[in-house]
Design a protein around this ligand. Structure first.
Ligand SMILES: *Cc1c(COP(=O)(O)O)cnc(C)c1O
Length: 225
């Protein structure tokens, strides 16, 4: 293992004693660049577009676990579920999408793991559920009708700001939603992923309880979409 690799530097910067899964966000990166990070030992990569994930999954080694983190349209769900190595859809941001994934997964006899994307940040350009929406949904018991999606946790983003207190408060709010859901739905047996934190704020996220971080530019450098 190369002790100086960017991956080990990032892992060494995680707050001590925390068990955190590092997801490498490879969107817009060419296959050869992703391959180099793979060769350093990374096996979990995330993409934000179905088409792009599709060709990368075909081109790159088949022991990669792919996560989807972009806004997903229902008409692309079937295609996404057919991609080899898809492990987790982190960005489920509406009940319509959740139900669509459930239907498509059932059709193909699969169980698909998902995270619910929670929206707490100030920006109104970001997708996701308001905490109150999820509480209402849980109380309505519609979630008990899902048969082919396995809800494994929550994904969220903090406001895009230099104000550390604001970012911390956002992560706290996401973690609260995670705790609330975990307590409210004991039938979600594998509900244990709290995915929050990106290149600029992952240390704060981990301090607030994240056990999965999604890091792009710190690994790959700036993106040129
Ligand atoms: C692009 C992206 C990331 C990675 O962002 P960086 O700042 O490059 O680390 C993480 N999560 C989501 C949902 C993204 O779209």
């Amino acid at each position: 293992m190369e002790t100086n690799s960017i991956l080990s530097q990032i892992k060494a910067s995680f707050p001590r004693g925390k068990d955190v899964v590092l997801v490498a966000v490879s969107k817009f990166q060419p296959a050869d660049v992703i391959r180099r990070v793979y060769d350093e030992g990374q096996r979990i990569f995330a993409e934000s577009r179905v088409q792009e994930l599709q060709w990368k999954a075909e081109e790159l080694p088949d022991d990669i676990c792919w996560h989807f983190i972009g806004h997903l349209q229902t008409n692309k769900v079937a295609k996404l579920l057919g991609i080899r190595g898809l492990e987790l859809i982190q960005s489920v941001d509406s009940f319509k999408l959740l139900e669509c994934i459930d239907r498509e997964a059932a059709k193909s006899g699969k169980v698909v793991k998902v995270l619910l994307e929670v929206h707490v940040a100030r920006e109104d350009t970001k997708f996701g559920f308001a905490p109150s929406e999820l509480i209402e949904w849980i109380n309505g018991e519609q979630h008990l009708r899902l048969t082919a999606v396995e809800v494994c946790g929550v994904m969220g983003m903090a406001s895009n700001t230099d104000d550390e207190e604001r970012v911390k408060a956002d992560f706290k709010a996401i973690a609260e939603v995670f705790d609330m859901l975990k307590q409210s739905v004991p039938s979600w047996k594998r509900f244990n992923i709290l995915s929050m934190g990106m290149s600029g704020d992952y240390r704060l996220a981990i301090e607030e309880g994240a056990n999965m971080v999604r890091i792009g530019s710190s690994i790959f450098g700036e993106r040129h979409p």
